[in-house]
Design a protein around this ligand. Structure first.
Ligand code: ADP
Ligand code: MG
Length: 267
């Protein structure tokens, strides 16, 4: 197993007691898979990704990458966030190469990898540009190139296209599939966009609302060389409807719970 998340539990201390964000999460991801987890806002998606990235520590349970327990961040896990996280004062090439410099990669190898991954994301002509000169979609492509440049075992993505307009977002989903097909990097992506999840994944983990737990695991049996036409395939719609239905049931449960809590006490 490439990435194994076992019995993961995360509790945050809050003013009055504690908040259980994740409960008993189990996931298995094989090398070369592109897997999405979907869940409503507040279902613990970012918390889950931060635990896998080693940016936070679990209350219980563990994350293993190739059998080795995660105890902190490492170059074996590349991360792409929703918000733009490029250094504004660095050029595109410097941004992509920055992590490699920290890892002590030689300058010759650094130049080679920066050139290669900028080509992979179609931005070779922008090596000397500053982030402010790029569109949102281009910035995210630089962030993806930066994450890939460390040649991670797993690319972790937290709603990476959430801030983009619909057209750019669709182009970026197609682009990510192409990058995945070309590099065969294992991808674990978090999203609340059901269509995005069905389009990109071989499997989808559907999370329940808080506390987040795996409600269902669905295999998406669509061809792996997907293009946008697949969205018109009735099977694509079926998968989308199924995932939507699961999420809607979770939302209803949450609404019911909160309306009970808000009922005045009858005396
Ligand atoms: P999602 O990404 O699915 O929207 P998050 O993982 O960001 O959800 O958050 C899950 C829950 O945990 C939320 O209720 C959030 O308020 C809470 N939470 C996240 N981080 C912290 C923290 N550092 N301290 C307290 N509560 C937190
Ligand atoms: Mg989040």
């Amino acid at each position: 197993m490439h990435l194994q998340v076992s019995q993961l539990h995360k509790q945050f201390p809050i003013r009055r007691g504690s908040l259980v964000a994740l409960k008993n999460i189990n996931l298995q991801i094989e090398e070369g898979e592109c897997i999405c987890a979907v869940g409503a806002s507040g279902s613990g998606k970012s918390t889950l990704l931060r635990l896998i990235a080693g940016l936070d520590t679990p209350t219980a349970g563990e994350v293993l990458v190739d059998g080795v327990r995660v105890t902190g961040p490492g170059p074996d896990r590349g991360m792409v966030f929703q918000s733009y996280t490029l250094y504004p004062w660095m050029t595109v090439a410097e941004n992509v190469g920055f992590g490699l410099k920290l890892q002590g990669v030689s300058s010759v190898e650094r130049r080679r990898r920066v050139a290669y991954y900028l080509e992979v994301v179609g931005l070779s002509g922008f090596a000397k540009s500053l982030p402010k000169e790029l569109s949102g979609g281009m910035k995210q492509r630089v962030a993806i190139a930066r994450a890939l440049a460390s040649q991670p075992k797993i690319l972790l993505m937290d709603e990476p296209f959430g801030a983009l307009d619909v057209q750019t977002k669709e182009a970026m989903q197609q682009f990510l599939l192409e990058v995945w097909q070309r590099t065969r990097t294992t991808i674990f992506m978090i999203t609340h966009d059901v269509e995005e999840a069905v389009f990109l994944s071989q499997r989808i983990y559907v999370l329940s609302s808080r506390p987040g737990t795996v409600k269902e695991e669905l295999s998406i049996k669509l061809p792996s060389d997907r293009t946008y036409e697949i969205k018109c395939n009735p099977l694509f719609q079926d998968y989308k409807d199924r995932v939507m239905g699961l999420l809607r049931a979770e939302e209803d449960k949450t609404l019911l719970k909160s309306s009970f809590q808000e009922l005045p006490m009858v005396v």
